[in-house]
Design a protein around this ligand. Sequence first.
Ligand SMILES: CC(C)(COP(=O)(O)OP(=O)(O)OC[C@H]1O[C@@H](n2cnc3c(N)ncnc32)[C@H](O)[C@@H]1OP(=O)(O)O)[C@@H](O)C(=O)NCCC(=O)NCCS
Length: 475
Amino acid sequence: MPHSSTQEITDIILKAANKARQEIKPGQEKSFTNPVKWPIDCLVGPGLEGAIACESEIGYVNGSSGELIYRGYNVFDLCAYSNFEEVSYLLIHGHLPTAVQFKKFKKDLVSYRFVPKTIRTLMSFPVEEMNSMAALRLGSNLLRREFSYVDQRTYRPDYPPISSDEDSIPMETRPMGEKHAIYEFNNGKITQRNNKFSELNSPSGLKSCYQLISGVAAVAAAVSRMRQGHLPIEADPELSHAANLLYMLTGRKPTAVEERIMDVALILHADHGMNASTFATMVVASTLSDLYFAVGSGIAALNGPLHGGANEQVLHMLEKIGSVNNVKDWYQKARSRKDKIMGFGHRVYKAYDPRARVLGPLAKYLVEKSENKRSLELFNVATELEKKVVDTLGVEKKIFPNVDFYSGIVYSCMGIPADLFTPIFAVSRVSGWTSRVLEYLKNNRIFRPRAVYVGQFDLDYVPLNKRKGEKSDKK
Ligand SMILES: CC(C)(COP(=O)(O)OP(=O)(O)OC[C@H]1O[C@@H](n2cnc3c(N)ncnc32)[C@H](O)[C@@H]1OP(=O)(O)O)[C@@H](O)C(=O)NCCC(=O)NCCS
């Protein structure tokens, strides 16, 4: 990609932000911004729609106006002026860092980029045959093995190992009867959190968050390389988080513009309220399992096509449509089949997703610069499809493009393969997941909603040999 100024990217973001500010009426939804006095009355729909699970100071999604706020800052401003490391610090610590704090934070993140044991162990698995999110989840579990003190302890199973292969790995730690959540090992010393979780914000308590932010990125890059038949690339301590991620993925130091665009994409995906993967992460953490397990659940939840998996599906969909001329027919057929159009709709947004407002113009910028004419064609298919959907479903059901609609085009223009789109989403979301877990655990209560039982009562047990009906074996 020809070199151009990062100021162009900032200008694109500012233009998108101005357009949004002209089109939307900013505001706050009282029922989602006023402090909660438990127990609370709220109207709950299927899929826990409308349910209030906790209070949080981390982020706010205003679904009716289409605004996204991290710790009081509008995401447009963070995209225009900040970077992923600073945003991660903001999410975790609640305020922007001073110069000294920022330097130290970046140094910590860099030190956690090097996860040799994890990568070496990951290489003993058939990663090239695995779903990339499954490999990422496996890698996050291996990070746990490398970093969590529970797995550092001498582990001697009291039954014979299944295999005598010296590479065989106990993938999970057996429950050891820990009374409290365990978040960190501190230079090999066993550190157990007290039951008030007050130490979670201590330097050692934060290490797991930092380690996961850097480690999951290193694992995602290694997974990508291995799936393409290459050896993983060692991190470069001189590069920013975004630039290093691109470097480890592609083997090439990115241009300043590529780095800036990746930074913006990471900022946009860092946090998003109580979405499914964040909720999954928090549910696991609320049982006093640990952050590594919790993040593993987040990765698993994010994988689904209704959530983070949509970005990869969008690109396949655009490829399938093929050309602008096919959009009308394709869309008509999809609508008559009542298909969900990937990259559109959102549980919370009933307005244009602010993240798509930034990613759309960035995708346009990239395809226009790209020498690959196919990406311009796919972008044109995307914009034509957007028009059709917004003119119909937008009017009828307030369905607009979401974060996943343009992110795939952005990533593919930067040489990232489609099966890495969702892992990159996870790389960014680790900041949101871990911040929210830390916040929730300060006043932890295990998540435990109820299901309404609509089954039968008072059935008499029938022995197997007396059961009749089509389910029984007639032989
Ligand atoms: C994100 C999503 C899961 C939200 O789901 P939800 O809040 O449960 O909304 P529902 O699935 O109940 O949809 C409500 C209505 O809008 C329709 N709808 C929602 N998203 C749609 C889409 N992408 N394409 C077509 N119709 C859609 C539904 O068919 C439903 O219509 P109905 O009331 O006539 O039955 C959903 O919009 C979706 O599946 N989108 C596509 C996948 C995607 O892009 N995911 C990434 C999200 S960031």
